[in-house]
Design a binder for this molecule. Structure first.
Ligand code: GDP
Ligand code: MG
Length: 448
């Protein structure tokens, strides 16, 4: 796997400060190979690697992950961000917030899965067969090239209990689109899905027809349907289509096959539009929201990338904890340390790594939970925030007058401040005991 290959590149780097440019470039060569093997188009792979390289250079090497793992995490995060709907890794949705009927136009090459996906989306929107929404959906096939293409959609309509526009022999695509639009308006449909014709290769006649239909139908969504197995050619397909019509999104079909998912990255890069669905089979329920993190894992060729990354993230927290533990081992535990702990508690809903090491903190955690959990943590954070740097380092400075100031500054009471200080004292006391018992290592041995 990529991780193994990177292991070799980085063997000599372990624990040597920060990722140098030369090391990162060596690693990124492997990443590039992995991307190409996953069928990411060459120019896209190049651009992506350049960006990720910039991000990686100069990052601190975490002590407890290998540099290879760290680079994988950086690359994985960049992939997820790029594949995600809004660049934040979440799934993109259909935008149908227009005056009904909202028109969804499906475009793509022949055999990419347009007709199948049209029916799948219609089924999902109409709530048929367990779909969630309950929109009134009409489907119309504009494919007059392929014999029986319109009948194919009608059959799927019957199967999914979604209405299809009656077939009129001899009508041309633009006229069918007009008729469909009128029918949808008159009969109060919420959504009109237009399934268009495809060709085996991108050609101008197809593009002209598509543009003419888009002019008439003014779609809310124009979805480019692409076979995930398309590979290197995906860029050409995406480029041609996005030059001709304003795409709003992409559907990747055949994600159930052995596609490595590289087409997803190419599509996203070239169209700039999110991938809204993934087709995962021939059946009508085989349509899923697109999951950027799963596909990122596929592209990197690592089934275990998700757990690896999670482990890396855990390790980062562990390192934070170890830093604090090192201070504790020296008997240092001031209010800054307490604050860092409280913040970690809030983030993780528990004390995480450090709690395992320090029984004193577990006690504090249950105390916090007893008096009201999260809200109390926020109050405590505000109180420490209202203290001066000196007071945090030396809590014994907090006399009555200062306590009143802190209470006022944090919107709490002097009683609250006293509770916080008492908790801190107890914890600091516990730390001292630990130190007498031979430090954290001794503790770990006793409790482990
Ligand atoms: P069109 O020419 O773009 O309209 O493509 P079709 O919708 O007719 O699909 C072509 C073939 O691909 C059909 O046999 C579909 O059942 C199949 N197909 C479509 N989507 C998927 C998918 O997500 N996974 C699999 N395995 N097959 C699919
Ligand atoms: Mg078709």
């Amino acid at each position: 796997s990529l991780s193994d290959r990177l292991g070799g590149v980085f063997d000599r780097l372990r624990g040597r400060g920060s990722l140098t440019e030369a090391d990162v470039r060596a690693a990124m060569r492997e990443v590039r190979v992995a991307l190409l093997e996953a069928d990411v188009a060459l120019p896209v792979a190049r651009e992506f690697v350049d960006k990720a390289t910039e991000q990686a250079i100069g990052q601190q090497v975490l002590r407890s992950v290998t540099p290879g793992q760290q680079v994988v995490k950086i690359v994985n995060d960049a992939l997820v961000a790029m594949l995600g709907g809004d660049g934040d890794g979440s799934a993109a949705e259909l935008d149908l917030g227009v005056t009904p009927p909202a028109v969804i136009m499906m475009v793509g090459l022949q055999g990419s899965g347009k007709t199948t996906t049209t029916a799948k989306i219609a089924r999902r929107l109409s709530g048929g067969q367990g779909g969630r929404e309950r929109k009134k959906v009409l489907m119309a096939s504009l494919d007059v090239n392929r014999p029986n293409a319109q009948e194919q959609l009608a059959t799927l309509g019957t199967q999914t209990e979604v209405a299809t526009l009656p077939i009129v022999a001899g009508q041309q695509p633009v006229d069918i689109a007009r008729r469909a639009l009128q029918a949808a308006k008159l009969q109060g449909y919420d959504v009109l899905m237009l399934d268009t014709a495809g060709r085996l290769h991108v050609d101008q006649a197809l593009m002209d027809e598509m543009r003419a239909v888009a002019d008439v139908a003014r779609p809310a969504e124009i979805l480019l349907v692409v076979d995930a197995l398309t590979g290197q050619d995906a860029v050409n397909v995406a480029t041609s289509f996005s030059q001709q019509v304003p795409l709003t999104g992409v559907v990747l079909t055949r994600m159930d096959g052995d596609a490595r998912g590289g087409a997803a990255l190419s599509m996203r890069a070239v169209t700039g539009k999110p991938i809204k669905f993934a087709g995962t089979g021939e059946k009508m329920d085989a349509l899923e929201a697109f999951h950027p993190s799963r596909v990122a894992g596929r592209i990197l060729g690592m089934g275990d990338v998700v757990s690896l990354v999670e482990r890396a993230a855990e390790t980062i927290q562990q390192e934070d904890a170890e830093k604090i533990a090192a201070r504790l081992a020296k008997g240092q535990f001031d209010l800054n340390d307490l604050r860092a702990q409280l913040q970690q508690m809030r983030k993780m809903g528990g004390l995480g790594a450090l709690a395992g090491m320090l029984p004193g903190l577990k006690k504090a955690q249950s105390a916090v939970q007893q008096v009201g959990g999260d809200k109390v943590l926020i109050h405590m954070d505000a109180m420490i925030g209202s203290m001066t740097e000196k007071e945090r380092a030396k809590p014994e400075l907090l006399n009555a007058k200062r306590k009143i100031r802190v209470a006022k500054g944090s919107g709490t009471t002097v009683q609250d401040v006293n509770k916080l200080l008492k908790m801190h004292q107890e914890m600091a006391g516990a730390m001292k005991k630990i130190r007498k018992m031979g430090g954290l290592k001794g503790m770990a041995a006793m409790f482990g």
